[in-house]
Write a protein that binds this ligand. Structure first.
Ligand code: FEO
Length: 393
């Protein structure tokens, strides 16, 4: 069975839906699967393909192209070298040996290194360069660091379509070509942004500003639904990448014998009663994508951990390491937890967060079960956070 959809006359979605994939990079959960979008553009003289698919779906792409009677491809635009968009290149080039592969210099180098293309197939697509397909043209826009250094966008001015590869995408397999359920899309795109784009927030802002002046009826990313209401995803990205943070605390905690859990329970109520929103994650049972998404705009991160083997619990260290890698715009951080006879838990957590530009607030540590003084200290921390958050608005 093949599946192709016409987006505009002569412009087709020819990619692959991966309904069953549940993990990306052996890290990122994909509860809704994903898609590897590939786009065929037919001009009167030449034919181009934007992005190949994951290697596992190369046959699907080829069958889709055959179903449209594509006998030759002149240009394959490799907007990004990561294998979920380039893994199909080898089989594609076997089927269409005359095609040239266009990409940024960095992308082409990577594709050669990954043994996906031979150097003699490569043509550099420089920023601002244009190629004509006859009645349709493609203009290349350099867009590094969303999320690799090699990315380009491709603009089709005659149809007002911008192809953006990972940027503005989502891990969402669905039957609608265009984004139909915007609530679902918003949540999916936000966790995708958190996991992939957030560490490169300044590049995101730069590229958003650059494409703002383009006439865009359609934004066609290489994962998830195609946007026929570009403003929706552009505004969402604008909000996530802005410097604004929300009156929210992300509390990521783990408890062994219940002391840290008692503190977490008390602390959550102390925050809520002071008007602070809380997203609470028990680190023994949580979704990495949800935690990442919650970090996009929360003003404060609090890690809760007991002391084990002389230091922080490994699950708490993992959460701190993940938060550090994602580099959210969080302003404040703190630690709550318990200990029996001491240890280096505080230093370990603090030293795991060097990438966050945060002000550390005094931690609250209980010896054994939390007591009156510990609850008062949690009240003080909640009061301090509420006060700091009030100054955000
Ligand atoms: Fe969807 Fe960076 O690959």
């Amino acid at each position: 069975m093949t599946l192709t959809r016409e987006i505009r006359p002569g412009v087709f979605w020819v990619g692959a839906l991966d309904w069953d994939r549940r993990l990306f990079d052996a890290l990122i959960p994909m509860p809704q699967g994903t898609s590897y979008n590939s786009y065929l553009i037919r001009g009167s003289d030449k034919t181009a393909l934007v992005d190949a698919v994951d290697e596992t779906m190369a046959e699907t792409l080829l069958e889709n192209l055959q179903s449209l009677s594509v006998r030759s491809i002149d240009y394959i635009i490799a907007q990004h070298a990561e294998q979920d968009h380039s893994g199909g290149l080898k089989k594609l080039l076997e089927a269409y040996p005359d095609a040239k592969v266009l990409g940024s210099a960095r992308c082409l180098d990577l594709l050669v290194e990954f043994d996906l293309i031979q150097r003699d197939k490569a043509l550099e697509a420089k920023d601002g360069e244009k190629i004509s397909l006859g009645g349709k043209s493609l203009e290349f826009i350099s867009a590094p660091w969303v999320h690799w250094p090699d990315t380009i966008f491709t603009y089709l001015p005659e149809d007002h379509i911008l192809f953006t590869c990972d940027f503005l995408g989502s891990h969402l397999a669905g039957s609608s070509l265009f984004a139909s359920d915007e609530a679902l899309l918003y949540a999916s795109a936000k966790s995708y942004y958190a996991e992939i784009m957030m560490p490169f927030r300044s590049a995101v802002k730069r590229h958003l500003a650059r494409i703002e002046s383009l006439a865009m009826d359609i934004i066609a990313p290489s994962h998830g639904p195609v946007h026929n209401r570009p403003r929706f995803i552009l505004d969402a990205y604008g909000e996530w990448a802005s410097d604004e943070v929300k009156n929210e605390v992300v509390l990521a905690y783990v408890s062994m014998h219940g002391s840290t859990r008692i503190m977490a329970d008390y602390f959550v109520d102390a925050l809520i009663s002071r008007g602070v929103q809380v997203k609470r994650f028990d680190l023994t049972d949580y979704d990495v994508g949800d935690l990442a998404e919650s970090l996009v705009d929360a003003a404060t991160l609090v890690i809760g951990t007991p002391t084990i083997l002389g230091g922080a619990h490994p699950l708490a260290l993992y959460a701190a390491t993940l938060a550090n890698a994602l580099r959210p715009k969080t302003r404040y951080a703190s630690i709550i937890g318990s200990f029996g006879w001491g240890g280096k838990m505080l230093e370990q957590i603090t030293e795991s967060l060097p990438g966050l530009k945060v002000q550390f607030l005094d931690p609250v540590l209980a010896k054994g079960r939390p007591k009156e003084a510990d609850f008062l200290a949690l009240d003080r921390l909640a009061e301090e956070i509420a006060g700091l958050h009030q100054k955000l608005v």
